[in-house]
Design a protein around this ligand. Sequence first.
Ligand code: GAP
Length: 456
Amino acid sequence: MNDLEIIVSLCKRRGFIFPGSEIYGGLANSWDYGPLGHLLKQNIKKAWWKFFVQERGDMVPMDSTVIMNPKVWEASGHLENFADQLVECKECHRRFRADHLLEAKSLEPKYDKEKPSDITELVCPDCSGKLTPPKTFNLMFKTFLGTTEDKTTTAYLRPETAGGMFVNFKNIQQSTRKKLPFGIAQIGKCFRNEITPGNFIFRTREFEIAEFEYFIKPDEWESVFEMWVSEIKKWWHEIMQVNPDNLVWHEIEKDDLAHYSKRTIDVEYKYPFGVKELHGIAYRTDFDLARHQKVSGEDLSYTDPETGEKYIPHVVEPSFGIDRMLLVALFEAYNEEDAPTAEEGETEKRVVMKFPAYLAPYQVAVLPLSKKEELSELSNSIACELRKEFMVDYDETQSIGKRYRRQDEIGTPFCVTVDFDSLKDGKVTVRDRDTMKQERINKDDLLKYFKDKINY
Ligand code: GAP
């Protein structure tokens, strides 16, 4: 198995992520988050929210609709430009993104309308059949509002959350009385009719984005951009605890920048299937607010309360795919190690997911050494107390060794073992996932002990 297959298999076996609609034969490239995947995702979102919103005084949250007035997507340019170049094999009729085929052959990955000959040099990667000329394919998911299906009822599922923050800029600025610079953040589901989804949860048609629009005075963009790069480095290194060697900070070259951007960094990750985008940081000038002002006819300018200066704010936009962050958390956490068995001098392989404790699906597992009633009673009361603060798993089946291995494989940072001595001295054994060291702790001190070790 390659590294991706190992992760996909662990995710299914342990209840992180299942193939979508599996009992009906699945739905290609759709994935359902099971109990552990859901918890991991919640914890990533919670940490992201705490780091980028809660701990700062200059950010406010929002939650906008998935289906918005289609004018939003006209103004943002999505209806016209949010498209990929699609080619189809004339033999097997599989469809591909032209830029992906070019990239795989180390040719210039951008499909160039001026040089379409590039693509005619390629053949179908599956059956070597000839390819059709590229055609533009818009990625917006279309739907209809109400009972009739025509142009007047056409609407779209949002492809990003950004639109909701731009169209609410005025409402939010006026209701919160925030002064520039300040940001609006949101996390939510987005939909793109990708031509070639794949690589597990890396590219899907339904996914979550966490992003913010940070509104600034035009002449402050360079220092603000640097400030966010430095904060985002902290996020990856200190909070997500990703090995810095696995990240690539790809400064987009001037010629490749979107027409409205003066600086963009694609933060890439060394996935087992190649170095690919994890998320982006873009300086978008005043493009978005200016377009929405033009198309809506609403004044979206800001008046500086000190100087009286009136202008359309500029924006720095860091945008993160939640599912890609989760995929990276899985790759970073995965470890195989030799661990001692109960037999003197013997070792066995253990798989251990070394998530940061606050990201782990369960932070604590309570494991009574026997199913006897007196131990169950004490163990359950300890689990109940700890559940006030943490997600706690409870397992009294199989040998203690097997139970430790299971908790290692789902990444639980601490196991609490309750034994017959616990009934006499009120102490329990706490085992650390990473060091496998054990210490006796008074049961009444557990909540504080874990609060100190786990909370971010
Ligand atoms: N508002 C900016 C924006 O939407 P983007 O690079 O198109 O930028 C943001 O998307 C992030 O969303 C990406 O960096 C990636 O992490 C994630 N993402 C984009 N398309 C995705 C897909 N099909 N499946 C999973 N995640 C995706």
